[in-house]
Write a protein that binds this ligand. Structure first.
Ligand code: C2E
Ligand code: C2E
Ligand code: C2E
Length: 89
């Protein structure tokens, strides 16, 4: 088995998130906005979230945490280095 490992350090690119269509990223964007609100953290270009939150989001997106990690990298919401199995082959 290759790839599809869940991200270990999840740092969401908020500027990229805002550029993507709501029908794709709506649930993630609302989740990130809720965390920003709970923290009072509105000034960042990025938002660090819990590994546990990735698992919750994966359920919402009906994916495994690893598959959601790959999806977020494809969207540019997470950097490629977020994938633990990332290799520079
Ligand atoms: P880092 O974790 O590599 O984060 C680098 C920068 O990304 C941070 O610089 C901040 O500008 C931004 N950033 C990352 N996550 C968030 C977030 O959830 N919200 C916002 N608004 N910005 C975020 P900063 O703040 O100067 O922090 C520099 C370094 O200090 C961080 O590097 C980290 O090593 C440490 N640090 C800061 N806050 C925390 C924290 O709450 N927990 C831990 N363990 N380390 C922290
Ligand atoms: P809480 O879970 O009871 O956490 C209380 C405080 O503990 C947080 O206040 C923060 O200062 C600290 N804390 C807890 N876990 C961590 C962690 O993994 N890293 C760091 N750097 N600090 C941690 P804060 O930030 O004002 O958050 C208030 C409440 O907002 C939290 O209460 C929680 O209910 C919610 N929240 C904030 N960020 C997140 C998140 O990323 N995911 C989830 N699920 N809830 C969050
Ligand atoms: P971080 O602050 O560098 O924390 C790294 C890991 O240390 C967290 O991974 C968690 O496993 C543990 N940790 C740190 N502080 C606490 C705490 O107060 N209580 C508990 N039970 N564990 C703690 P995790 O959960 O995957 O979080 C990743 C990053 O997300 C954190 O890095 C922090 O930047 C951010 N984060 C998570 N929860 C909160 C929160 O409630 N408030 C804020 N401001 N940031 C949070």
């Amino acid at each position: 088995p290759s790839g599809s490992e869940p991200a270990t350090k999840i740092v969401i690119n908020l500027e990229r998130l805002q550029q993507l269509p709501a029908d794709k990223v709506g649930p993630l964007a609302r989740y990130a906005a809720a965390i920003q609100s709970q923290r009072g953290d509105y000034n960042g270009k990025v938002l660090s979230i819990r590994a546990e939150d990735l698992r919750s989001l994966a359920i919402i997106y009906d994916m495994t945490p690893g598959e959601l990690t790959d999806q977020l990298i494809d969207w540019g919401v997470l950097p490629p280095e977020a994938r633990p199995s990332h290799r520079v082959d």
